[in-house]
Write a protein that binds this ligand. Sequence first.
Ligand code: F0G
Length: 465
Amino acid sequence: MNFKTIIEPFRIKTVEPIRMTTREQRQVALEKAGYNLFALPAKDVLIDLLTDSGTGAMSSGQWAGMMRGDESYAGARSFYAFEDAVRLITGLKVVIPTHQGRAAERILFGAMLGKDDIVPNNTHFDTTRANVEYRGATALDIPIVEGRQPALFHPFKGNIDLQTLERLLEEKQEQIPLVMITVTNNSGGGQPVSMANIRAASELCHRFDVPLFLDACRFAENAWFIKIREEGYAHKTPLQIAQEMFSFVDGCTMSAKKDGLANIGGFLALNDEALAQRCKTNLILTEGFPTYGGLAGYDLEAIAVGLMEVVEEDYLRYRIRSVAYLGERLTAAGIPIVQPPGGHAIYIDALSMLRHIPQSEYPAWALSLALYLEGGVRSVEIGSVMFGLQPDGSEKPAAMELVRLAFPRRVYTQSHVDYLLEVLLYINEIKDRIRGLCIVEAPPILRHFSARLEPAHGRLLSEEE
Ligand code: F0G
């Protein structure tokens, strides 16, 4: 008998209590935090969906690996275990550990980008964009048009627009030191990229002699979507699919805090040995010796084991299914989300949900605050607070106003998801009372992390009629 219920494929050995708070306590916490969920102490959050990054639960196998951690400065056994795991999955020649994904980006871009260069990507994540712009280069997002329409169904909405990429390569090849594809496309809704798209982008890039890199943070989730949605992959294992994805690229940056199933870590992997040498020089200057790159030996072990666990079918089936379950229930209730649900998160389309709040008053930010106030749930805005501020200091509304509910890996259970659903249905009932915000204080870059805001009309939620 094939039973239908997809269960969490683990049992729980250690538990961490979470704390209930009252609405009044949460109102006070919000005021103290300058209406910025990044400034909230985590102890005041009941269900924390701020990010899936570094927030996952490690397995008994990973903890056992941590005890094996070899803390030798150079050539530690743990480094070779890490290198083997990365090479098995990516097939890339040189493996450079970093303390997290953005360090890999900074080091890669430091070695490759100059002023006035352009980096095309399906969609840059915020730190990736900031690291490109920090070099004086332009981070250009070129997702397929379907990728910018939240309500539209498309199996591979994360795809890069190949026509635009070809035109860019024809016209500006000299300014393009590399092309990137982000799998899955986090800022574009956690949407996957098809194998056909990666293959075609690779052919294009190589025709123009431009290297292609993956931002591989969620490579295993992307591989699962290819398995269940792309013809010809149903019988392949996630590992085989991942290996094929990487076979088309010249390198990757990776945050092991996502599909490395670790709490910290990342890497840069690439085939060009001369470029790798330049990267390693910078690594020694800023992260550490090339066999530890800012990580402890036990971190390298945890990642080595995590990379093998993340490609297990039962894990990926449960992971993608629990996100889809929430997506289906929200859709049935008429709550607009990016369709179909992404791999690691549900993205609520706040622009459609809160039509009464203009983009200049940050509707997605307002929705994320209401979710915390009413249900103790922390989410993250991916909208005009995150992306609205231009490098020249001007303000431009973001392409989408999304609230991301990102799921830590192996942390929450089905009843947490059901509670979340109940909170979201309630928020949907009172949505007309949610009011916009204004920014009172913000730094010039990555302002969403530390900006202070205030309700633009006295309070976050207007009185009941
Ligand atoms: N690229 C993507 C697609 C990401 O989602 C992230 C991080 C990074 C790069 C940077 O990796 O955090 O290890 O330095 N995303 C997290 C998030 C922070 O919440 O989506 P990092």
